[in-house]
Design a protein around this ligand. Structure first.
Ligand SMILES: CC(C)(COP(=O)(O)OP(=O)(O)OC[C@H]1O[C@@H](n2cnc3c(N)ncnc32)[C@H](O)[C@@H]1OP(=O)(O)O)[C@@H](O)C(=O)NCCC(=O)NCCS
Length: 201
């Protein structure tokens, strides 16, 4: 028998079956969680894409196991959703609409991994930049975005209806800028150094 291997974080598309787990994380991470029907309609929205960060633990197989056997075992691997994000495809921007990580798993690089995936989606779609809004008081998320080179572009007054808080609009700047490309490569490298072989997309 094999032994459980180190969990890997994989980022993949969100499916309807993931909504329950995603809502659990959202309710724990956000003060204004969406109802399930919003996720259901977002998954049908052709201009939106939702991604989940999944922790997978597979059995380590003894060497020499035949490939068909490996496939059978990998079907039985354990999966746990630890974060998610949603984006909207705009004319020339990718709009990061939501991002959250299970509070018990925050501060371990999953948010960074999701943001890197967001930039990958923007680049694959040949968009010019990434845009997002963040609560003025959300210092942790703002610090994370600043690490990624986002800059404040303006303030939307009274944007959040639950507490009348302002939103800060942040822009990544052009995706083809050399400085941003270097920054993303170094963030990706740092994640790999922290957890070699643990993250993959
Ligand atoms: C914001 C959020 C998604 C970040 O997820 P996360 O998995 O904790 O993110 P990471 O571990 O990748 O990075 C966050 C931490 O690393 C820091 N960090 C990120 N990149 C860094 C870098 N290159 N160098 C140093 N520090 C870095 C951040 O400042 C933050 O620091 P802290 O742990 O001391 O607070 C998560 O906190 C969350 O779900 N918050 C609630 C929902 C929310 O506010 N979403 C954003 C709405 S706009």
């Amino acid at each position: 028998m094999g032994t459980p291997s180190t969990p890997r974080i994989v980022v993949r598309d969100m499916a309807r079956e993931d909504i329950r787990a995603v809502r659990r994380i959202e309710s724990a991470a956000y003060q204004d969680a969406w109802p399930a029907r919003v996720f259901e309609s977002e998954l049908e929205n052709g201009f939106a894409q939702y991604r989940v960060a999944v922790e997978r633990t597979a059995e380590d197989l003894p060497s020499g196991v035949i490939p068909s056997m490996r496939r059978l075992v990998s079907r039985g691997r354990r999966e746990r959703i630890v974060g998610f994000m949603g984006v909207w495809y705009m004319v020339d921007q990718l709009h990061l609409v939501t991002i959250a990580v299970d509070p018990g798993r925050q501060g371990q690089g999953t948010g960074r991994r999701l943001l890197l995936d967001c930039f990958d989606l923007a680049r694959e779609a040949e968009l010019n930049e990434v845009v997002l809004e963040v609560r003025q008081s959300n210092a942790r998320a703002r610090a994370l975005y600043e690490h990624f080179g986002f800059r404040e572009a303006g303030v939307l007054k009274d944007y959040y209806k639950d507490n009348h808080e302002d939103a800060v609009v942040m822009l990544s700047g052009p995706l083809d800028a050399a400085a941003l490309r270097t920054r993303l490569a170094s963030l990706r490298g740092a994640l790999d150094d922290d957890a070699p072989g643990v993250f993959e997309v």
